[in-house]
Design a protein. Structure first.
Length: 369
């Protein structure tokens, strides 16, 4: 790597440590040139976008592989947590020590149990999860039951009117075994660890997924803010890289998860050392704030007008070429992307490097007999 020309995204001065190799510069004639690397020594907010099937999850997989390959001296500063909504990263289990966690109700062989500490759910989280209005009769009953909390869901069941709708809803939540008073996020915060959270079992349950991500993101934020204050040359709690595939599932509209990711992670995450990598096929659904807060944007092929316009309106002045014109240079092949990097104020067309571990996101083939 030393003599080779290279592009380093997210870092102005050089240095060879703490970089992820993501791909190669793609020339107009389709030939590949200098290597393209991403800095991880500083916190970043990266957005990977592109239409379905053009390489978002694949690119996220490359980033995960590169984290797994970092030398331990650097890697132990971080923990990497991947929110896997479609179950496409679960097949990386065991690769370079990568662990997979899944909720008890949907745990496949070899996955570790993912339990959410009940104390990390607020009154408003419960309202969103149960689909009740905070300022309603049910809301008032729940608030009364949570007085002097936090309570385990089972405890709340006992404190609301027996036989009521609210009691039924709380019983249902308790039956999932997802929230537990004794659970902690400690396993995910192991220095140097890479944890895939397989939430694919909740494919039809946006509220449950949102509750998991909201409580996790908030807890990690609080832990890092607290740890940052106490840090004095020694790191008790690792810096966090949170990777979320299909991020529009959490950030489209006003959800608890979307709010914590935008307000705490994107706006204030750098200081406590929180990095976010979001992948989405609908950048327009994430809102202007997300596009403007991202310091690295990797954009695979996009064709929907709304999405192109969202990116175009967020185009920084140093990118001279309109996004749609730059997009034409990607061709129809998969894995090519435009990369806009705020730190070096530059824009490149790159080809993401081939994966080494299995990619679980491909389309199924039709068997002919
Ligand atoms: N950088 C790449 N190199 C080679 N093939 C790729 C690359 N990116 C994507 N592909 C191919 O495209 C398919 C779809 O990519 P995927 O990342 O799953 O799409 P999506 O954008 O929907 O997440 C993959 O299964 C793979 O075959
Ligand atoms: Mg995908």
């Amino acid at each position: 790597m030393s003599c080779e020309k290279r592009y380093l995204l997210g870092r102005r001065d050089g240095g060879e440590d703490g970089v992820l190799y993501v791909g190669r510069y793609l020339a107009l004639d389709g030939s590949q040139g200098a290597g393209v690397y991403l800095d991880v020594l500083k916190p970043h907010a990266a957005l990977i976008c592109g239409k379905r099937g053009y390489g978002k999850s694949y690119t996220m997989g490359v980033i995960i592989e590169e984290f797994a390959r970092l030398p331990l001296a650097i890697r132990k500063n971080f923990c990497v947590i991947v929110v896997d909504t479609m179950g496409v990263f679960a097949c990386m289990k065991g690769w370079e020590g990568i662990r997979v966690f899944a909720p008890p109700a949907h745990r496949r062989e070899g996955a570790l149990p993912l339990e959410i500490p009940s104390c990390s759910l607020s009154f408003y989280d419960y309202c969103e999860l149960l689909g009740i209005e905070p300022l309603s009769e049910h809301g008032a009953d729940l608030m009364g039951a949570m007085d002097n909390g936090p309570f385990e869901v089972e405890g709340l069941v006992k404190r609301v009117k027996p036989g009521s709708t609210l009691s039924g809803l709380l019983r249902m939540v308790a039956s999932w075994g997802l929230f537990s008073g004794s659970a902690t996020f400690d396993a995910l915060l192991k220095p140097g660890s890479i944890s895939i959270l397989d939430l694919s079992g909740y494919g039809h349950e946006p509220r449950i997924r949102s509750a998991i991500v909201a409580s996790l993101a908030r807890a990690l934020y609080d832990i890092r803010v607290e740890a940052r204050r106490a840090e004095n040359g020694k790191r008790e709690k690792p810096l966090v890289w949170l990777l979320i595939d299909e991020a529009h599932m959490f950030m489209d509209g006003d959800t608890r998860a979307g709010r914590v990711l935008t307000n705490e992670w994107l706006r204030q995450g750098r200081q406590p050392g929180l990095s976010l990598v979001l992948a989405t096929q609908r950048p327009s659904a994430l809102g202007k704030e997300v596009l403007s807060q991202a310091d690295v944007i990797v954009c695979h092929r996009l064709t929907l007008r709304d999405d192109l316009e969202a990116l175009e309106s967020a185009r920084p002045t140093y990118v001279k070429e309109p996004i749609q014109e730059a997009m034409a240079r990607l061709g129809a092949g998969r894995g090519a992307a435009i990369v806009v990097d705020d730190t070096t104020e530059s824009c490149h067309v790159i080809k993401i490097r081939p994966r080494e571990s299995e990619h679980g996101g491909g389309e199924p083939v039709v068997y002919l007999d």
